[in-house]
Ligand binder design. Structure first.
Ligand code: SF4
Ligand code: SF4
Length: 188
């Protein structure tokens, strides 16, 4: 791709997939962990494997929390008992990614050329951040303290109302229920 476009929260998924083609599929990163899997990935991969979506979930996915949202990752296989990480369950030293043609969106957009982690921010913001959950917002705020946020990813852009932002960050608004009530109060 000539001249990588600037990634923002609103960059279309198709463009993110184009950017992801910078990946040379060498498989190096797949030795150290596995990709996230979102709902839309599941039918495609399960069909390719010839199993039901339920079986795919049970056999290949592990549930995690990210940005206080439920997230799924492909399982990993430990290759060295002294290391905490393992290789992706679909990584093979000779054939590399065994599901390359149907691999998860995360694996299609995340490339090692993305030194600033912009694609990963895009994924977090579009797939995992929950703007109806104050804890998700607070965790995002912590994450971007250590990164240059992509356009649209600043807390000021995500929660433009300064008073509301402060109430979320100071835990005055603690839960999603309280946030919903606060927003309804403001609409009146
Ligand atoms: S699905 Fe493929 S590309 Fe994604 S982490 Fe596993 S081996 Fe790597
Ligand atoms: S993202 Fe980079 S390290 Fe990972 S498979 Fe692609 S080229 Fe290799």
């Amino acid at each position: 791709m000539r001249g990588r476009p600037i990634i923002s929260t609103k960059t279309p998924k198709e463009i993110m997939i184009e950017i992801g083609k910078e990946c040379q599929s060498c498989g190096h990163c797949c030795r150290f962990g596995a990709g996230y899997v979102i709902d839309e990935d599941i039918p495609r991969i399960a069909k390719r494997l010839g199993i039901t979506e339920d079986d795919f979930r049970k056999t290949y996915l592990v549930e995690q929390k990210r940005l206080n949202s439920k997230a799924y990752k492909l399982k990993t296989v430990k290759t060295n008992s002294r290391k905490r990480y393992g290789r992706c369950i679909f990584f093979d030293e000779e054939r590399k990614c065994l599901i390359h043609d149907v691999k998860p969106l995360y694996c299609r957009i995340a490339t090692c050329a993305d030194k600033k982690g912009e694609a990963l921010q895009w994924f977090d913001l579009n797939m995992l951040l929950n703007l109806e959950d104050p804890e998700s917002i607070r965790q995002w705020n912590e994450l971007i303290k250590f990164r240059e946020p992509i356009t649209g990813a600043n807390l000021e852009e995500l929660v433009p109302d300064p008073e509301l932002r402060l109430k979320i960050l100071t835990y005055e608004i603690f839960s999603g229920r309280e946030l919903k009530a606060e927003l309804e109060k403001r609409r009146k």
